[in-house]
Design a protein around this ligand. Structure first.
Ligand code: SF4
Length: 373
């Protein structure tokens, strides 16, 4: 994908599981072939930025040789699926069956068509948009939501048949088709996220129980890290004899059986390791540093403002009105526009700003939160 800082590659690591050595090798490839900026997306995919037409093919070849990569229809499951003692059902057999059934239609499906299968464990996938959403129920059934329709309960066999029927219909219509075209969002259908959940930017659970052992969560600030930071983390992880990492939604990296010393090292490198870190309440896109639509260097501004963010407030700094990093409302949104930095209270990046701020004053310490509205 072409972006403002070159080509962007999205890497869907099979099973979302990899070793520290694999992640370090991938970070080295990102440095060698791209600009060294690595992201974990809101859906838990790796992204590498700043590739060029002459380096991207070699990068793709090297990554494919390094790791098993998923292609085709995107099916999201929890990165601890099958290892989660709290999950109601293991979503992997359904993911396998739907993935295999949809293999022949992948090229006719739009790239954004997705299936989310939530086994009801410790990592909720309710924040992820989905054309088909499946959620395990305590009575061994699955709640199936197609597009914006009402959830229907059925057994696993019915789920696979229903999902493949809808995917077949979307493939027949063509790559522009989405499930909401066939099952529009109805006013009376409530969103899967609660109003409270929509105010939180990272759903933080610092320690997850596994069937064997545990996993500790750290997050990439604003979803991104430099390759040197990733390599330093992986080196520390290998020194701690850690053998498995997992890519998780909401820009989180899980470190299986990580000791406290490794989490302390991750914090020193710059990763978010604590739920009360103000950066868990701030989202920001790359802005003008890597997107041609960006009017402001959104992440740079977010780095400056995060330490001054009052407790309990959420902040979204967006390069433009599209609001890619956080499509929902925040307490305060700063949005880059052609005529300045717009300030939106309690809304989204696309909402009308109540006023415009002076970039120099913001950088010098004036803060839109102090004193309320
Ligand atoms: S919000 Fe605008 S500037 Fe930021 S990544 Fe999206 S399109 Fe680019």
């Amino acid at each position: 994908m072409q972006t403002g800082d070159g080509l962007l590659a999205r890497v869907r690591v099979a099973g979302a599981r990899l070793t520290p050595a694999d992640l370090a090798a991938l970070a080295k490839l990102a440095d060698e072939h791209g600009n060294g900026l690595i992201e974990i997306t809101a859906r838990g995919n790796l992204q590498v930025r700043g590739l060029r037409p002459d380096t991207a093919p070699a990068f793709a070849e090297a990554v494919a040789a390094l790791l098993p990569i998923e292609t085709g229809l995107a099916i999201d499951i929890s990165p601890i699926a099958g290892d989660d003692p709290e999950e109601i059902a293991d979503p992997r057999p359904l993911a396998d069956a739907i993935g295999k059934g949809a293999a022949g239609m992948a090229e006719r499906l739009g790239p954004k068509v997705s299936v989310v299968i939530d086994g009801g464990g410790q990592i909720s996938l309710s924040q992820l948009k989905a054309d088909i959403r499946l959620r395990a129920q305590p009575d061994n059934s699955w709640a199936v939501t197609l597009g914006g329709g009402k959830p229907q309960h059925m057994d696993a066999q019915g789920v696979v048949a229903t999902a493949l029927a809808l995917l077949g219909a979307l493939a027949a219509i063509g790559p522009e088709a989405r499930a909401t075209d066939l099952f529009p969002v109805r006013d009376q259908v409530s969103s899967p996220e609660s109003p409270e959940a929509s105010r939180v930017l990272i759903h933080w659970r610092p320690r997850l129980n596994l069937v064997q052992g545990h996993s500790r969560a750290i997050a990439l600030p604003f979803g991104a890290a430099r390759s040197a930071e990733i390599i330093a983390l992986c080196d520390a992880a290998m020194a701690s004899k850690l053998t498995r990492m997992r890519l998780a939604p909401e820009h989180i990296l899980l470190l299986d059986n990580a000791p406290d010393t490794l989490i302390a090292q991750a914090a020193e490198i710059g990763f978010i390791t604590k739920a009360d870190d103000p950066r868990t309440r701030v989202s920001a896109c790359i802005g003008s540093r890597g997107c041609t639509s960006g009017h402001i260097a959104a992440r740079d501004l977010a780095v400056q403002l995060a330490p001054r963010l009052p407790a309990g407030q959420t902040l979204h700094v967006s390069g433009c009105a599209k609001g890619c990093a956080h499509p929902r409302a925040s307490d305060v949104t700063l949005v880059g526009q052609a005529d300045g930095i717009g300030l939106v209270f309690g809304g989204r990046a696309g909402d009308r700003p109540s006023k415009f701020l002076d970039a120099a004053a913001l950088g010098a310490g004036a803060f839109p939160f102090q004193g309320g509205r």
